[in-house]
Design a protein around this ligand. Sequence first.
Ligand code: CP
Length: 292
Amino acid sequence: MIHLPENILSIRDFSSDQVHALLENCSENFAPIRSTDKWALLFLEPSTRTRASFQIAAQDLNFNPVIFEGTGSSLEKGESLNDTLENLWALGVNRFVIRQKTQGLLPELTDPRWRIINAGDGTGEHPTQALLDALTLKRKFNRLDGVKLLIMGDLLHSRVAHSWIYLAPLLGIELYLSSPEALKPGQNVTHWSPDPEEFLKKMDVVMTVRIQKERFNTQAELQTQFEAIEKKYQLKKDSLNSNQRFMAPGPVYWNSEIEGSLKEDSRSLILDQVKMGRVLRRTMMLSMSSVG
Ligand code: CP
């Protein structure tokens, strides 16, 4: 059994040993278990991959999670998220997967009575996405130490990029970042450039992250950044050689951050990432469940 952090709110909750152990334990083989725990999946912001993979992973283990969205719940009447968790706990829930809009709110929701997995908090972090990306790379390259990864696009708003900034050093991955000046990540980083050409040729893998159009204050600023990404940061068919790979956490805006012709390209790891989401999240849920 792997010993994971009590709550998985950030990659900073993990030690290097814990991340390695989690990735080592990920397997396509699984068996349903009897657990005394009750899971709820709270998706208070839109999601396709994360929600479906947590739900299918739960079904793999014979869990029957409560699926919970903001709309149609008493959150719409103004009930707080904290009160929502309290009430679900009273109904037997003691494991929460939460996606929500507000960055940094999750620590206030932790409680010794339950455990929380962050499924994406605003522009904060998306730890399970970065971990499943790492699992995808481990399977593809048979190693992680020394793999060179470039993430480019809207880094300011990308919770995936933010989690990767913490994850890369735990795995010995060399992380490079490129974005327009206005979309630089908030954290201090070693290798950032406004010019992706500085890094592209020496990378093993390139990850594009979409413009987070829902996070911009004005349409004019969004339009400016869409044009900047398309002009200078779009991954094109001839950007990479035959040994290099590319990935994206999704959703992808084809012909914005990635040229549309790359959709069927054999160098793509995008659907491998989606598949690894089920494997990684199943392993994580299993490790956080009491069997009995
Ligand atoms: N990568 C990711 O989080 O996708 P969804 O928003 O569809 O869950």
